[in-house]
Design a binder for this molecule. Sequence first.
Ligand SMILES: NC(=O)c1ccc[n+]([C@@H]2O[C@H](COP(=O)([O-])OP(=O)(O)OC[C@H]3O[C@@H](n4cnc5c(N)ncnc54)[C@H](OP(=O)(O)O)[C@@H]3O)[C@@H](O)[C@H]2O)c1
Ligand SMILES: *[C@@H]1O[C@H](CO)[C@@H](O)[C@H](O)[C@H]1NC(C)=O
Length: 288
Amino acid sequence: MKTLTKVLLASVAAALLAVKWNAPTFNPESLRGARVLVTGASSGIGEQMAYHYAKFGAQIVITARREKVLHQVTEKCLSMGAQKALYIAADMSSDSDPERVVNFAVDHLGGLDHLVLNHIGSSPFSMWEGDVQHLQWLMKVNFLSYAQMAWKALPSLEQSKGSVVVVSSILGKLTSPFVAPYTSTKFALNGFFGALKHELTMKNSNVSITTCTLGLIDTESAMEKVKDVSHVPAYPASEAALNIIKTGATRQRELFYPWYTYIVALIRDFSPDARDYMIQKSYGYKKA
Ligand SMILES: NC(=O)c1ccc[n+]([C@@H]2O[C@H](COP(=O)([O-])OP(=O)(O)OC[C@H]3O[C@@H](n4cnc5c(N)ncnc54)[C@H](OP(=O)(O)O)[C@@H]3O)[C@@H](O)[C@H]2O)c1
Ligand SMILES: *[C@@H]1O[C@H](CO)[C@@H](O)[C@H](O)[C@H]1NC(C)=O
């Protein structure tokens, strides 16, 4: 092995260990009775987060558009041990729904301890063909509503010394073909909440912000998109959900899940041409 490669691998290993050592331990009791709002909780990772919070005995409000499914999820949450489980149907592409949802949660829970922003609108897995209207809509759902909800919830979170958890993606740090609108919204989230985190620290705020850098997770919607095109292994939604909850509850800055997302983020700028070549090759795309 070349010396440079050895040094590189050793630093990556050391960095990974440092991350592990610094991680504060999660106390499940800290979530008993905690007042939590989870968005995008009618399916996928959000639904799994609702079940984990329920098992920890939290009081939860969940939201998404499909009322019937939300109702079923809250019933299951109650049977799993949630102290409270309420739902509110809302469309995050609307101007007013994001704030309406925060108000609902704060009113019905008597305050808020964790705001978990997770929902996404659906976006095609295809080359960019200039659909600016779709881009505008997706920005509203995946990004603007997050900024609106976080700002609206901030006073309640200051009072409770609470936390904002933002579910982002490795595609918020690294670009890929076929997902231009999606990756734009995730880069926007990382930029916005990075800036907000600075400002909260400078203001001596009581509120923590956690961003979650996820790789491919085996939710139905994600599997449907990549099943024929990607050979990246998909990790379980339930485990992703639990890791998000633990990282938020311990007020850590960032979650990398699964582990390889951390390596990717670390070496991202080491050799951009090689990186882009490998990303493009990984799709086995054939020019028509
Ligand atoms: N799965 C992955 O591979 C992966 C990888 C990296 C990051 N992530 C991130 O993880 C999070 C969850 O992903 P997922 O795979 O679990 O997604 P998902 O299963 O597709 O769930 C999306 C959720 O958002 C809701 N939603 C969709 N449009 C909405 C709208 N206009 N207004 C309000 N709610 C809306 C959906 O419910 P309704 O249809 O009922 O509204 C659903 O509950 C996302 O932030 C995603 O970017 C996922
Ligand atoms: C943090 O919480 C304390 C009460 O514990 C409060 O007095 C203070 O104003 C809060 N900080 C901010 C920035 O709101």
